[in-house]
Design a protein around this ligand. Structure first.
Ligand SMILES: NC(=O)c1ccc[n+]([C@@H]2O[C@H](COP(=O)([O-])OP(=O)(O)OC[C@H]3O[C@@H](n4cnc5c(N)ncnc54)[C@H](OP(=O)(O)O)[C@@H]3O)[C@@H](O)[C@H]2O)c1
Length: 329
């Protein structure tokens, strides 16, 4: 019977979460019963959307939940074999027992690491794909602005726009990230918003205005985008991370009235809006990855005890590309 450590929320944070809001708790895990498997998690995801759930959603003193991939180490069902790698929603714990529903066996794609299923070929990649193509309705000639452009969703949205032949500017949180966006991801322009305020960065780079803003930040970024949007521009609101540490995920936009004369369409979305595109996404993204047309990065923290720091780190810009926590080899 293995021991399993889990991460539990022990206090609801105010503002930026602190490591003391979380505890590492060790428990015994039972063997798999008939019809069940015992899974050892290998990698788990941390995501900005977990922050609102720390205020309301996650139960106190219970293991938190997150997307993860794990290896079946004991099986008492014909549906899964020892050694199978499965995606699951039970991250923030090292081991768990489950019946097969809720577990999806993952197959390797060429020589890509299995972790791509957790981001570029998984939920964040699909969010970027549907968000930029369907929700923003990307058209030839559109000038595109993507915020948090070196993050998991942003880096994919920006590169899909490039594959589509569009001009793309990205904002990001450091000079190194901006460098990656220009040299590796092939963006036309990128700037560090800590060095160059977003309004100034857009005025400097987007001299012909922007037609599509893929918003991951809200607040000052949305404000700055609205100031340079061309008539009939579209804003696809994927996230508003700048407000997530505020009660109610508040965000402040001062020039919303620009949407009137600009006839600007602002639309929020989740991937439920384009689920029917999933198979097409997997086919397109697999091809782009294998052809090297979509690049990705992972920031991996080692050990379940690092999961709170990884989650907090999302709000400090510690990650380039997808933030993951490695739980076992
Ligand atoms: N609608 C959906 O279905 C859906 C699905 C997934 C994600 N999302 C949203 O998409 C956005 C990106 O998520 P992700 O998973 O790809 O995370 P991510 O971009 O990989 O990581 C978060 C990044 O946000 C940036 N950031 C943090 N605080 C900021 C602030 N106050 N102002 C500006 N930038 C800030 C940091 O990068 P910098 O170095 O650039 O500051 C950080 O690295 C989030 O808003 C998330 O909620 C939405």
């Amino acid at each position: 019977m293995p021991k399993s450590r889990s991460i539990q929320l022990v206090a609801r944070p105010e503002g930026l979460p602190q490591e003391g809001d979380f505890a590492v708790v060790e428990t015994d895990v039972p063997d798999a019963s008939e019809g069940e498997v015992l899974v050892q998690n290998l990698y788990m995801s941390v995501d900005p959307a977990m922050r609102p759930r720390l205020s309301a959603g996650y139960e106190l003193n219970q293991p938190m939940a997150a997307g993860a991939i794990g290896r079946v180490v004991q099986s008492r069902t014909p549906e899964l074999a020892v050694g199978d790698i499965v995606s699951n929603g039970l991250g923030f714990r090292e081991f768990f027992v489950s019946a097969p529903p809720g577990l999806r066996r993952l197959e390797p794609v060429g020589d890509l690491p299995l972790t791509v299923h957790m981001h570029v070929l998984g939920g964040t990649g699909f969010t970027a794909y549907g968000g930029i193509l369907d929700i923003a309705g990307l058209k030839p000639g559109d000038k595109v602005f993507v915020s948090t452009a070196a993050g998991a969703v942003g880096s994919v949205a920006a590169q899909i726009a490039k594959i589509n032949g569009n001009w793309v500017v990205g904002s990001t949180g450091s000079a190194e990230k901006a460098d990656w966006l220009l040299k590796e991801a092939g963006l036309d322009a990128a700037f560090d918003y800590h060095e160059t305020p977003v309004r100034q960065g857009l005025r400097q780079h987007a001299t012909e205005g922007i037609d599509v803003y893929f918003d991951n930040v809200g607040g000052d970024h949305l404000d700055a985008a609205l100031a340079v949007m061309n008539p009939l521009g579209r804003v696809a609101v994927c996230g508003m991370i700048s407000g997530y540490n505020e009660p109610g995920a508040r965000t402040t936009v001062r020039n919303l009235a620009n949407v009137i004369y600009g006839r600007i369409n602002i639309r929020g979305f989740t991937l439920a809006d384009f689920m029917s595109r999933r198979a097409q996404f997997v086919q397109d993204m697999t091809g782009w990855l294998q052809e090297g047309r979509v690049r990705y990065q992972e920031t991996v923290m080692d050990g379940i005890e690092k999961a709170p720091a990884a989650l907090i780190g999302l709000f400090q810009g510690l990650n380039t590309g997808k933030m993951l926590v490695k739980l076992a080899d």
